[in-house]
Design a protein around this ligand. Structure first.
Ligand code: ATP
Length: 627
């Protein structure tokens, strides 16, 4: 730990002095004015940066030693595996399991993974599909898959919302493959519909070529080599006449493509989708953007329209299809669209399914412009879209030093696979040039590149030949590179939803990941807004001596432990702060003077309790005093 400057100032009660003394002894840091209970702690954060916990600060042992004699009855909540089953049960299925990451080159052990049901066989999938899942290495469904698969199999239109990297693609592919293609449930009399003119049964729309091809690969992984022709890509940039020939020759059951190309081939009469049963809109909030409007209109009008039906009527009257909308972030614009595109759609999240009507409007708040009172309505969509294991920092530098700061960040964290975001395509080339000049293998990825260049770049990034991928928003949406361990914002995202999608490129499926936002001094207020809207700590840091030095302003949460507070709230709070840690917390029930005081680990506002899904109330005396 770095030495903090100087000694603290006067403190109030004995108990606090005791706490702070034990902390100071451990941390050797400066205590600011106790009244603000904030402390400036300069600590070196090693690449395998362990988040601060009472245990890692050594607080618990000192605490217990010095407080043995205290009248306080200390109740130590140990959320480790040894804790009594009753306590572990309070986490529901959030207990820590070690699972192997599927498809990752090195079999990354994921300590705490977002899995719910115990196996795919519980979800009502056909035997052939279960076999294919097994062959592909998928053993346990994620939370969102456990919620989405049965809901879609029941025939509902859905909006699937779960944080990035939580397995939303399979959440919709599995029910589709249960109903169409060679792996589907056999009809009661056991024979397939041989000889029937093969129509397209499912259309999957994605906003970018990369995501479209990624989905095709995921389908092919399940279909196996002999049935690869069941799915056909219709992405822009590829040869259209070859795509039309393949449609004619292979008669695929599933097509995956970008809006422009799908609409183009449909308008040319080469894509017959009247009897289509499924329409999937992946990254649906992106598909709502203006540049896709025309194409999306055509797709929505034609896919699954009963022959002769008038599309001007209500969806229920003319669409024989199931509409599945997917995104990690579901701003209110998506809710509105879903209500008109789907027929009584349900909102499917990691652990719950609810009617879309019950969702409160909360659109993305553009952090660059002054916002109205809605600012207090934190963008729930963004908060729920962030993988819980991510660590976030920001680093202040001058514009001309940003790329060099990126280089030092990569070395300090010893990051192997980095995605750096910039807002303007023209800047990407210059950033790549500067990184290469300093010995870091980098490449640019953006929409102005040709199809071959884009796929080659992505391939090199996935196999580790390229260490830093410098890209912009669109080409990275939905991108799934399991090994990505660092995301850097070289330019600020326009709002918290864009921040969430960028951040979600790392920390996939329960892995650890770090997000560093490199900004100039005048932009720090934007980071603070992001921090507040997303309810996540984004402490300042710097990269010196090859290390990431984080400036933690630990706002100690005086966890007001009301006598009746739910025990699982305390453990859930810690579990959500440190999903991959065996966090421990010493809870003192004794009231020191007139308040129950407990200093605990840094807190996140409004943490949702994963057990009862209610916001855990945390009052910070510090904030109160500061107001
Ligand atoms: N049940 C599972 N078991 C193991 N790995 C899984 C499982 N489901 C998905 N994965 C893997 O997890 C990774 C992330 O999945 P996916 O890309 O579908 O996430 P996502 O929620 O769609 O992310 P984003 O919001 O960024 O699009 C993929 O590599 C996928 O193969």
């Amino acid at each position: 730990m770095g030495q903090g400057p100087g000694a603290g100032r006067c403190l109030s009660s004995k108990l606090e002095i005791l706490y702070l003394k034990s902390f100071s002894a451990i941390l050797g840091c400066q205590w600011k004015v106790w009244g603000q209970t904030s402390v400036r702690l300069v600590s070196q954060v090693s690449p395998d940066n362990e988040p601060l916990t009472l245990a890692s600060l050594g607080f618990k042992s000192d605490f217990e030693k010095t407080n043995k004699s205290k009248a306080n009855k200390i109740e130590r909540l140990d959320v480790s595996d040894e804790a009594p089953k009753s306590k572990l049960r309070s986490f529901g299925s959030n207990s820590i399991k070690a699972v192997k990451a599927v498809g990752a080159k090195k079999s990354l052990e994921i300590e705490s993974a977002p899995f719910a049901a115990k196996s795919f066989s519980e979800l009502g999938l056909p035997p052939l599909l279960l076999d294919r899942l097994d062959v592909a290495g998928f053993t346990v469904p994620t939370d969102v898959q456990s919620a989405a698969v049965p809901t879609i199999l029941k025939g509902h239109d859905v909006v699937i919302q779960s944080y990035t990297g939580s397995g939303k693609t399979l959440a919709y592919l599995l029910p589709i493959l249960s109903e169409v293609g060679p792996l589907k449930k056999k009809s009661p009399n056991g024979e397939g519909e041989s000889g029937k003119k093969k129509e397209i049964d499912a259309v999957i729309v994605a906003p970018s070529r990369e995501l479209g091809m990624q989905i095709v690969r995921e389908v092919e992984k399940l279909l196996g080599p002999e049935d690869k022709k069941v799915v056909q890509q219709l992405v822009g940039g590829a040869n259209r006449s070859r795509q039309e020939e393949a449609l004619k020759k292979n008669k695929p059951a599933i097509v995956v493509g970008t809006p422009g190309r799908i609409a183009e081939i449909s308008a040319a009469g080469k894509l017959h989708t009247h009897s289509c049963r499924f329409l999937v809109l992946d990254e649906v909030d992106e598909l709502l953007s203006f540049n896709f409007r025309e194409d999306m209109h055509r797709i929505l009008e034609h896919v699954g329209r009963k022959s002769g039906a008038d599309p001007r009527g209500s969806i229920a009257k003319w669409a024989a299809r199931q509409t599945i909308m997917v995104s990690a972030t579901v701003p209110y614009s998506v809710i509105r669209a879903a209500r008109s595109w789907g027929s009584d759609p349900l909102l499917v999240q990691a652990k719950k399914v609810m009617p879309l009507e019950s969702v409160a409007p909360s659109g993305p708040v553009n952090i660059l412009k002054p916002t109205s009172g809605s600012e207090s309505m934190r963008t729930q969509a963004a908060l729920q879209s962030l993988p819980p294991a991510l660590k976030h920092y920001h680093c202040v530098t001058k514009l001309q030093h940003k790329v060099d700061t990126l280089r030092r960040c990569v070395h300090a964290l010893d990051a192997k696979s980095v995605i750096a975001f910039m807002n303007h395509t023209k800047q990407l080339k210059d950033a790549v040039f500067k990184l290469e000049a300093r010995g870091i293998v980098a490449a640019e990825l953006h929409g102005d590149l040709g199809k071959l260049a884009r796929s080659t770049t992505l391939k090199k990034f996935r196999n580790g030949e390229v260490r830093v991928l410098v890209t912009n928003e669109l080409s990275a949406r939905g991108l799934d590179v399991a090994e990505c361990d660092l995301v850097v914002n070289l330019d600020l995202p326009t709002d918290s939803i864009h921040y969430a999608h960028r951040a979600g490129r790392t920390g996939r499926l329960g892995r650890k990941g770090t997000v560093v936002t490199i900004c100039e001094e005048p932009e720090v207020f934007v980071v603070k807004k992001l921090q507040k809207q997303l309810g996540i700590p984004i402490p300042a840091c710097e990269f010196t001596e090859g290390k990431l030095n984080a400036f933690f302003r630990l706002l100690f949460a005086l966890l007001i432990v009301y006598p009746g507070s739910k025990q699982h709230h305390q453990t859930s709070l810690l579990q959500s702060l440190y999903p991959d840690k065996r966090a421990e917390i010493a809870i003192t029930r004794k009231v020191a003077k007139d308040m129950v005081v407990e200093m605990t680990v840094p807190f996140q506002r409004g943490v949702l309790c994963p057990t009862c899904h209610r916001r855990i109330d945390i009052a910070t005396e510090a904030d109160e005093m500061r107001r």
